[in-house]
Design a binder for this molecule. Structure first.
Ligand code: SF4
Length: 226
């Protein structure tokens, strides 16, 4: 079924894209190129939220060894809350963005304070230390079966290229890009779709895109207009 969504990004010409085609092809691509990361298997809610904080602005492949160590050293939120900050810092140091250590420790303390309960509401998650829009949406849609669109620099790049729009570091904070991502995200297979987005933007529609192996060239306005 063809279902176009029409988008007008602030002061830009209206563009449209067939969202069913996009969803179908991205999901098919992901099934043909399965990625295996430890956080895609069954893990505790605490580890699921923590890993989404570790994955922010960080390459997934770098996070793998740190995440294995994190689970071993901090099997529960209580272990993290009662740890020394120096331990957390040295554990996540290989990833950079070392300020996340304070947030992670505070997150452990907060989870313990609220009886080991992690909220299932997007706005309640945002109140937790270190949890921003990306981590909250990723936690809910990838680990809790609650639909949320994923917006980060990679998905912004993909959506803007598909629609033939320019973008910059501030685009991800705009309402119109949220509306695009929300429209594109399927009602049912949102978890598979969101993982497909993350994998596809890591492997194909990278900062330097590999359009010659992309299954979206005929619906990508950026490719058509280049
Ligand atoms: S055709 Fe190129 S720019 Fe367009 S989505 Fe595919 S990889 Fe990205």
């Amino acid at each position: 079924m063809k279902e176009n969504i029409c988008v007008t990004g602030e002061g830009r010409a209206e563009k449209s894209i067939d969202k069913c085609e996009l969803q179908t092809r991205l999901i098919r691509w992901a099934r043909e190129h399965p990625a295996d990361f430890p956080w895609r298997k069954r893990i505790s809610r605490f580890h699921a939220l923590a890993v989404e904080i570790l994955l922010q602005r960080t390459k997934a492949v770098q996070v793998v060894p740190v995440f294995h160590r994190f689970r071993k050293v901090f099997p529960t939120a209580k272990d993290l809350a009662s740890s020394r900050i120096t331990t957390v810092r040295s554990l996540i140091r290989p990833l950079g963005l070392i300020w996340r250590a304070e947030f992670l420790k505070s997150l452990g303390e907060e989870i313990i304070k609220t009886g080991n309960r992690i909220p299932e509401e997007y706005n309640d998650l945002l109140v937790l230390p270190g949890v921003g829009p990306y981590a909250a949406s990723a936690y809910l849609s990838l680990h809790r079966k609650i639909r949320r669109p994923i917006i980060d620099s990679n998905t912004v790049r993909l959506y803007c290229r598909l629609l033939g729009y320019s973008y910059d570091g501030e685009t991800r904070r705009k309402q119109w890009i949220y509306d695009v991502a929300d429209e594109m995200t399927p009602e049912e297979e949102f978890r598979t779709f969101n993982y497909a987005l993350l994998d596809f933007t890591r492997e194909v529609c990278k900062p330097k895109p590999e359009c010659d192996r992309c299954p979206l060239t005929d619906i990508c306005l950026g490719f058509r207009d280049r």
